[in-house]
Ligand binder design. Structure first.
Ligand SMILES: Cc1cc2nc3c(=O)[nH]c(=O)nc-3n(C[C@H](O)[C@H](O)[C@H](O)COP(=O)(O)O)c2cc1C
Length: 254
């Protein structure tokens, strides 16, 4: 394996950090790398909000499903899907006047634009995660930032055409290197050729050969029931769906 592949294969999510700040030039190197990520039409449909205020970190640790390590992370970056900047630019450029002159309604950002902006933001985030890994800095995503949309919108002053798609925590890892990697599904269940292929029962069971939990939750009788109860129907998943529905409504209404 070449050094880049070695880096990708040794990365794991790290949520226990040394109590040691990340130096400013290192933070800027991580952000600079994120900004080299490809974006749709080179429009850079995302913003990065660095959270360095202690009170704000504490609030996010609570609102993102009570994960205290967020408050302890030396660097917290919020990746925001962002069409607001472009829409402001269109408005400042009198696109409304242009549309009127051409007898056409002015188009506003819709669902597809939101999805594209989320793609840009997530690709930038993962580029930041890999850049950090190359500098000896661990990272962990927080998907729960998609929950409690109204609260996060007000807390972070997020305007209408933005959506906080992911939060990334960074820090020098507390644990020694040589840690165990978390398992992945077999390639045959993930990688198809020339079209989708649904898996049969045996193949679905085989996916979990390395992941059978020792104890099932909520009286589940098998792995599928366990993960359904533990993740898919868990409170945070239900809240995330409610919250995202609300965000999409705000983005698209009118
Ligand atoms: C979109 C997304 C959301 C995640 N949210 C959380 C989270 O809220 N809390 C957490 O501890 N880990 C979170 N993770 C980390 C995953 O649990 C982790 O990537 C997964 O278990 C695989 O482990 P690995 O990254 O060490 O290979 C998230 C990862 C992704 C990609």
């Amino acid at each position: 394996m070449n050094p880049t592949l070695q880096l990708i294969h040794r990365r794991r999510s790290v949520s226990a950090y040394e109590d040691r700040p990340i130096e400013r030039p290192v933070i800027d190197a991580i952000i600079g790398a994120a900004m080299r990520a490809p974006t749709a039409g080179n429009m850079m449909l995302y913003s990065i909000i660095e959270i360095d205020d202690r009170t704000l970190k504490n609030k996010l640790a609570e609102s993102c499903d009570n994960q205290p390590f967020i408050a302890k992370a030396p660097l917290v970056l919020l990746f925001v899907a962002d069409y607001q900047r472009w829409f402001d630019f269109f408005e400042a450029s009198d696109v409304a006047g242009y549309c009127k002159a051409h007898h056409q309604p002015m188009r506003r950002p819709q669902e597809g634009d939101l999805m594209l902006a989320c793609c840009d933001a997530l690709i930038a985030a993962q580029t930041a995660a890999i850049a950090a890994e190359s500098l000896g800095i661990g990272s962990c995503y927080i998907g729960d930032i998609m929950e409690n949309h109204n609260y996060h919108r007000e807390l972070l002053h997020l305007p209408r055409y933005t959506f906080p798609i992911t939060l990334l925590c960074f820090g020098y890892p507390k644990e020694a290197p040589g840690h165990k990697l978390r398992p992945r599904f077999p390639q045959a269940s993930i990688h198809f050729t020339n079209g989708y292929r649904r898996l049969d029962k045996a193949e679905l069971d085989d996916m979990f050969r390395d992941r059978d939990p020792k104890h099932y939750v909520n009286e589940a009788a098998n792995v599928g029931q366990h993960f359904y109860a533990r993740k898919f129907s868990a409170d945070y998943s239900v809240e995330m769906s409610r919250s995202v529905k609300e965000a999409i409504r705000r983005w698209t209404e009118g």
